[in-house]
Design a protein around this ligand. Structure first.
Ligand code: FAD
Length: 216
């Protein structure tokens, strides 16, 4: 880090998904002159999907990458400074906050908004990858609608799995929860909700080894 350059900014935003661009729009409108670093996935997770149907304002639905270009344009139009780069180290122990970009540039910021998103925890099966988008999904709210009136299966036993199962129980005929152990990890309240939903069927001691299907 011999040639480390330092820049002082008021508001630094890390991440360029819907959260990052929304923060950039609001911060720019509040005259906070936000600087946003996009990270390795400019536009975030929605850039790897096709149709987004649940975002207000797009009456006919919209392609994920197209929507994220719109988000970026809006943030830029408001005056946000959008840049390529990855936050590789932070030091929030003092003020101003310190964030290193690509291990070489140091940004000192009065405020840092972290909007680095989250990613789904996949099983790691090749067949899961093969059928992703063809009946396999990691987001009930995103894709549940396509399985309305059908039987579906959820792998997992934590709070997230329980939440997804409850959501799908309102759309699907039956929701089968495939649970590796002989107990659920979800909080007691979530377990009670799941167990009291008649169309959620729990299968304990059930390991998911393979996903079979057809790509159509
Ligand atoms: C295939 C798929 C389909 C989906 N479909 C829908 C849908 O139809 N409807 C719906 O509501 N939701 C859908 N989702 C969920 C939706 O994409 C997420 O809820 C949303 O993207 C979360 O937004 P976010 O801004 O929090 O994070 P993300 O979109 O995850 O963005 C995170 C950002 O942080 C950046 N970043 C991470 N680390 C760093 C770092 N160190 N330095 C700088 N930047 C960094 C990344 O480059 C990225 O730009 C889908 C998700 C997937 C994967």
């Amino acid at each position: 880090m011999a040639d480390e350059s330092i820049e002082r900014v008021h508001c630094l935003i890390i991440g360029s998904g819907p959260a990052g661009y929304t923060a950039a729009i609001y911060a720019a409108r509040a005259n906070l002159k936000p600087v946003l670093y996009q990270g390795i996935q400019p536009g975030g997770q929605l850039t790897i999907t096709t149709e987004v149907e649940n975002y207000p304002g797009y009456a006919e639905g919209v392609q994920g990458p197209e929507m994220m270009i719109d988000f970026e344009k809006q943030a830029k139009r408001m005056g946000a400074d959008i840049r390529y780069g990855l936050a590789t180290k932070v030091d929030f122990s003092g003020h101003p906050h310190k964030v290193w970009i690509d291990e070489e540039k140091l940004i000192e910021a009065d405020a840092v908004i972290i909007s680095t998103g989250a990613s789904a925890k996949w099983l790691g099966l090749p067949s899961e990858e093969k059928y992703n988008g063809f009946g396999v999904s990691a987001c009930a709210v995103c894709d549940g609608f396509f399985f309305k009136g059908r039987d579906v299966a959820i792998v997992g036993a934590g709070d997230t799995a329980a939440e997804e199962a409850l959501y799908l129980s309102k759309l699907c005929t039956n929701v089968h929860m495939l649970i590796r152990k002989d107990e659920m990890r979800a909080s007691k309240v979530m377990q009670d909700r799941v167990l009291n939903t008649p169309n959620i069927k729990i299968h304990f001691n059930t390991e998911t080894e393979e996903i079979l299907g057809r790509k159509q």
